[in-house]
Design a protein around this ligand. Structure first.
Ligand SMILES: Cc1cc2nc3c(=O)[nH]c(=O)nc-3n(C[C@H](O)[C@H](O)[C@H](O)COP(=O)(O)OP(=O)(O)OC[C@H]3O[C@@H](n4cnc5c(N)ncnc54)[C@H](O)[C@@H]3O)c2cc1C
Length: 470
């Protein structure tokens, strides 16, 4: 029986453990902070749970147009929240409770699949030995035929903006807050910064988003980012573009952010969302042939192999694509490959991802940038959401469906959806890409009338023939 040792119990590690056990390996998983990893305890799950409350607040705030009157007795006429308020300590208690429960569910599932879980910190001692330092201080050496490193990443910090966990925060600190920040300055307008800016704005904080780039979400579809920036501004958020934060300091009960051009911004709290650092130090990698790149990420191929025979790596520590879904797939692929099962290499063009702002932005396949740069020849169509009957009924006017297909064959190769619950709407496009469906095949299926997914079928219908429509 192959001895499999997995370092790290996030989605990269625990999904791999389930596959390895299913394929007959004897599996030990070493986890330092809690099963589920940052995905369950501090990243994906907590943030999306918080955002669920934020979504309700947005619906409340925008329900007046639909004829809903929530004004409580005595509530000021000009109160945009109609007297509805968020109890952040109750929200965060729910967030933490859900995360803890999910972590316990994962532990239970792993034990049921006969995975040995060690509560401690591990390092490699050569490619075939892992040493775990357990919580009681004892060491346990584990012989391994196969090692998977899935140690994740942590928030990047700035020397000029020391975190204090009270007012100057990383996303790991947010769930300890018991009161809504009065004025939250979010530094960084990538996915994490945009999601928290959107959420806290909806929850009722006055939000300032500091972005060093020309627009928010520099890595996303430019049209989608523009819609979001317009919505942010319309809702009253201050977006400071081309503004690099040079330092953040405490000032009494608040914070002062100094920008590179000397301007200052004052707030009650500051959230730093300036990227992540792979957890690859102190892992004993120097005792193996495992290589890291200049960012410290472990170099892997498309079946998760490192440069050391028998040592695989998955998830954020590889820097391939920082998504829980990708971490899990890299982990599974590693075990399929190592234990001799059928395996297809990781294909990033089939990965769908979502930015959980309001509205959401979901993307899959080739990007507008690749099409504009003629890297991929394609035809495209953009359908604005305001023309969709269901969107009109629901009062949604911000967003669109964008579809890319091969110029000659009409095979679907990419899409962007900007809409409420875009994360749910992207799936048909994802399916079309992975199954190599043409626009005609995509539009041949019935959609419900009225529905937002009707716009996806309509976009595909418009791409019948050879013209691009924008
Ligand atoms: C705020 C936020 C929101 C996000 N939202 C989404 C989302 O909506 N959708 C999505 O797909 N992704 C999202 N992500 C990204 C997602 O959380 C990560 O891509 C995912 O957690 C990566 O999984 P992983 O297994 O590589 O690492 P992790 O989940 O970080 O797990 C790694 C684990 O390894 C442990 N570990 C580290 N070193 C050692 C050691 N030496 N010994 C033992 N254990 C060790 C750590 O304690 C940790 O538990 C979000 C991230 C953040 C920060």
């Amino acid at each position: 029986m192959d001895q499999v040792v997995i370092v790290g119990g996030g989605p990269g590690g625990y999904e791999a453990a389930l596959v390895a056990s299913q394929l007959g390996g004897s599996v030990t998983l070493v986890e330092d902070e809690g099963l589920g990893g940052s995905a369950v305890l501090t990243g994906t799950v907590p943030s999306k749970t918080l955002i669920a409350t934020a979504d309700v607040m947005t619906e409340v705030r925008e329900s007046a147009e639909l004829g809903v009157r929530l004004d409580a007795a005595g509530c000021a006429d000009d109160d945009p929240d109609h007297g509805v308020a968020v109890d952040l300590s109750a929200v965060n208690a729910r967030v933490l409770d859900l995360a803890t429960t999910q972590s316990a569910d994962i532990a239970e599932r792993l034990r049921a699949e006969h995975v040995t879980i060690l509560d401690g910190r591990a390092r490699l001692d050569g490619p075939e030995r892992v040493v775990a330092t357990l919580k009681d201080g004892t060491e346990q050496a584990l012989d391994a035929d196969i090692v998977l490193i899935a140690t994740g990443s942590r928030p990047r910090e700035l020397a000029t903006a020391p975190l204090d966990g009270e007012r100057i925060l990383s996303w790991r600190h947010l769930y300890a807050l018991t009161e809504l920040p009065e004025r939250l300055i979010v530094v960084g307008s990538g996915v994490t910064g945009a999601e928290f800016a959107s959420a806290y704005d909806a929850l009722g904080s006055d939000v300032v988003l500091v972005s060093s780039r020309d627009r928010v979400l520099p890595g996303e579809d430019a049209d989608a980012a523009q819609v979001l920036e317009d919505v942010f501004t319309r809702r009253g958020m201050t977006v400071l573009s081309r503004s690099r934060a040079a330092s953040v300091v405490r000032s009494g009960d608040g914070v002062v952010v100094t920008l590179a051009d000397g301007r200052t911004v004052e707030g009650s709290h500051c959230l730093l969302a300036v990227g992540s650092i792979p957890n690859t130090e102190g892992l004993g990698l120097e005792t193996t042939r495992v290589e890291t790149d200049r960012n410290g990420s472990i170099v892997v191929d498309r079946v998760s192999r490192t440069k050391a025979r028998g040592v695989y790596a998955a998830g954020d520590c590889t820097g391939v694509l920082p998504l829980a879904s990708v971490a899990a797939m890299q982990g599974r692929i590693a075990m399929w490959h190592a234990l001799g099962d059928a395996v297809a290499p990781l294909d990033l063009l089939t990965v769908s991802s979502n930015v959980f702002t309001t509205p959401e932005i979901a993307t899959v396949g080739v990007s507008q940038q690749q099409v504009d740069d003629h890297v991929v020849p394609a035809r495209q169509v953009v359908l604005r959401l305001r023309g969709n009957p269901r969107a009109k009924m629901q009062g949604n006017r911000d967003g669109f469906v964008k579809l890319f297909c091969r110029s000659v064959t009409g095979i679907v190769i990419g899409g962007v959806v900007v809409a409420p619950r875009a994360s749910e709407l992207i799936y048909p496009i994802s399916l079309a890409i992975s199954q190599r469906l043409t626009v005609d095949q995509l539009s041949a299926s019935f959609t419900v009338y009225p529905s937002l997914s009707g716009s996806i079928a309509e976009a595909a219908r418009r791409l019948h023939g050879t013209r691009s429509i924008t």
